[in-house]
Design a protein around this ligand. Sequence first.
Ligand SMILES: [Cu+2]
Length: 369
Amino acid sequence: MRDSSAERPSPRRRTRLVPMAGFSLLALLLAACGGDATRTPQNALNPAGRYAQEPHDLITIVLIIAAVVFVLVHFLIIYSVVKYRQRKDDDGSLPVQIHGNTRLEIFWTIIPALILAGIAVPTVQMIFSQMDEPDDAFVVEVIGHRWWFEYYYPEHDIYTANEMAIPVGRPVRLQMTASDPARDPAQGVIHSFWVPRLAGKQDLIPGQMTYLNMLADEPGRYYGQCAEYCGLSHANMRIRVEALDDAAFDAWLEAQQAPAEVPADELAARGRELFGDLGERQACAACHQVWEGDGGRTPGTGPDLTHLMSREEFAGAIHDMTPENLREWLRDPNSMKSMQYEVNGIGMPDLDLTDEELDALVAYLLTLE
Ligand SMILES: [Cu+2]
């Protein structure tokens, strides 16, 4: 007969495995809290302005209180288990049975009630102060579409998508709604706007306006995410905020207000023609605005492309703005982002473009600086 005990780890080895596994788990958990913004760009524990800082500080206090309660309760549990464990000389009889203790029960009801009431005071105060419209706010309208965010700057009549520029050090007031059912009936679903380092989380609701304040103390790039499931490409709906200092922000506003230039290059000019007319097929211009300066800007159902090249990413800020990616996007949108158009008429359609058409259209898009 084989001796099977040789294959099993000795009990002592096994007991050493438990704390080791515990420590590795803890290390993993702590690594997730790292403040390195390049590795963890969506870290609410690394706030970059007051609207993210205040909730962060409040939750830290709550966490400390909770930790004290946790340690106390578990100490009492472990203490009782050890002290009153069954002993060898136990005769098997039941311990004295106690039913209720009014004084203790009042005591352990009042204490948690007081703690919760204590936490409620700064919480409610903060909810109101976070919602208040700041006096010197810069207003940006946010519209949630499936699956991209549109930004409109009402003071400057600028439409853009995916990448939002904001002035550094100045509160930004977001007026948010989800794609207007009148503008696009197929799209009315709830999204949620969340840039963890700059603000809390707020839903975007069709036919209703919600508000969110945001502030970046330092120039930089802040990422966010649609945080409310809105369909199969929900995870491909990113937010990118560029906080710019005054000079850079003014330059950005000026560039975005300029009309698109009509290209001189022959191939790009052909692309511009195709953009407005694809024969039997739906024209790009039916959904996309490239504003050349006539009349006011009117949004289409797709992103405004007037200054497409001023953005570094496209399609919900998930793809780099390279000629190859743009070509693939026009050739077969579904290969780059699921649920485009075929399923229920949402998003960017596959227009069966020929190679020549693709070349011309990409050449045109590359001129939209
Ligand atoms: Cu969404």
